[in-house]
Design a binder for this molecule. Sequence first.
Ligand code: ADP
Ligand code: MG
Length: 303
Amino acid sequence: MSISVKNITKIYGEQKALDNVSFDINTGEIVGFIGPNGAGKSTMMKIITGLIPATSGEVFVNEKNVNDSDLHFRNDIGYLPENNPLYTDMYIREYLEFVAGLYKLGVNARTRIDQMIHQVGLEAEIRKKIRMLSKGYKQRVGLAQALIHDPKILILDEPTSGLDPNQIIEIRNLIAETGKEKTVMLSTHILQEVEAICHRVIIINNGVIVANDSAEKLITENSRNLQTIIVEFDAGMKKEVLEQINNVTKVIHVKLNTWLIQSNAEKDLRPEIFQFAVKNGLTVLSMQKHEKSLEEVFHELTK
Ligand code: ADP
Ligand code: MG
């Protein structure tokens, strides 16, 4: 089950929320969809699930246009909307029965609901109305409703937002586990989450896709024009002298005999620093190449 988004533009009144957006998500992939607030993530997800129409462009779910009259593709999609709207006056089981009814699960509903309650770990809370649940447990109910019809595709809009650090890890593990046999598109502000569970990252900013690659590749690609080395020598050295090393563009004193040295060159700076040390009778006590984080890359691409 795949998703293919082709040249989607969405205009709300005067506001262009999505501007000619195209990307694919392949069967079995877990893709992180990230971007600042207002970038267009929720809008894109609503268009993929067929909840709102695009102004122009097309979305294909498993090669079928979602705008074609039959809504069968909806059975293939599980969707957890932003802010997870639930009927809070219902009991957990009552709510899941309601959702099972919408998907016409019929005689299979009961077994499936039991499976879901077990899978997302709701047994201990099963006697409570949804209103009484903590945010983490509400999120489990949201996941259960998204998974109940065993969709091949999961679209999760900020599933861990507002959760405490322990709940975040629990929900993240649940997504990683249930996502194993599914195609997953996940929006989040937690970039470690993306690095931990996503095969690929799509970054959107102001309605435009600004990156689409694995987190690793995004980091190496965006680090290419700037290397940062942190080096500790066994003795003092003057900044001006360090600035004379080939290709060095910036030198910052960190502490004592430790320096941060930057270069815009493609060539690895470390051998140069090492040779410099030898030439000047210094010993290199430690030398590390500082890698950019996904957070820094995200910041650069969306500022
Ligand atoms: P994100 O989920 O990335 O925070 P959204 O898709 O919710 O972004 O919003 C994208 C842009 O579209 C924002 O500027 C938002 O204000 C605007 N927008 C979203 N929904 C509507 C709407 N129903 N009517 C008008 N503007 C909207
Ligand atoms: Mg949103």
